[in-house]
Write a protein that binds this ligand. Structure first.
Ligand code: ADP
Length: 236
């Protein structure tokens, strides 16, 4: 299983990714975590991105594309992975597509966690309070002012990916404001539905390929045969 989790900061991507990791035995590839580790370790990449992250801006595409490509090749990702926080721009999505094609690793789906913006600020405030209560260090970008910039970055640079993947037919939108286990259940259902649908679609395509040699050619364009895949699509 290879998935992308899409959603604004605070939508619960990390929480759901951890649950999906347990459920499917796959790896969580969080670019945010990888970049924070690089900052902590003081690597050349870490030094380059430290201030960008603290300001709530996106780091350059080529930096994240390279770390994701290396990470996907690690043994723990062989069974599958969830990309959490990547891609975040259309050029990143295009680079990912090329990368996965070259590696022969097709995606199973893109899950969008949809949330009202109003709730996100509350969630980040809670996350800060919980982190402080545990005696851990708060992320420098988990700050209400920086969050506003992260939301602008999401709206302007990442939200276009919703229609990008929708057009490709791989998007599954989930209500990210429901309770955590409900969101997990909805993702599980969407993924199973997606698999069932794609199997049904493959079957229908097979039948259509046979039919196209004879009857389908005689149908008038714009009048799809009832029950066919294109007919169902046209009625939606
Ligand atoms: P969030 O809670 O905002 O989803 P993340 O932990 O995914 O946060 O990312 C934190 C920061 O790391 C981002 O604000 C950005 O600066 C940087 N970052 C993470 N992933 C990417 C990416 N794919 N492209 C560019 N910058 C990224």
């Amino acid at each position: 299983m290879r998935l992308i989790l899409l959603g604004p900061p605070g939508a619960g991507k990390g929480t759901q990714a951890q649950r999906l990791v347990e459920k499917y035995g796959i790896a969580q590839l969080s670019t945010g975590d990888m970049l924070r580790e690089a900052v902590k370790a003081g690597t050349p990449i870490g030094r380059k991105v430290k201030d960008i992250i603290a300001r709530g801006e996106l780091v350059p595409d080529d930096v994240v594309v390279e770390i994701v490509s290396d990470r996907i090749d690690q043994p723990d990702a062989k069974n599958g992975f969830i990309l959490d926080g990547f891609p975040r721009t259309v050029p990143q999505a295009e680079a990912l597509e090329r990368m996965l094609r070259e590696k022969g690793l097709p995606l199973d789906g893109v899950v969008e966690l949809k949330c009202d913006e109003g709730i996100l600020l509350d969630r980040i405030r809670n996350r800060i309070a919980e982190t402080v209560a545990r005696g851990e260090a708060v992320r420098p970008d988990d700050d209400p002012e920086v969050l506003k910039k992260r939301l602008v970055a999401y709206r302007e640079q990442t939200a276009p990916l919703v229609s990008y993947y929708d057009k490709k037919g791989s998007l599954k939108t989930i209500d990210g404001m429901a309770k955590i286990p409900h969101v997990t259940a909805a993702i599980g259902q969407a993924l199973q539905g997606g698999r069932a649908r794609s199997q049904a679609a493959r079957k229908a395509e097979g039948k259509m390929a046979v039919r196209s040699a004879s009857s389908t050619r005689r149908r008038r364009p714009g009048k799809p045969k009832s029950g066919s895949k294109s007919g169902r699509k046209a009625r939606r």
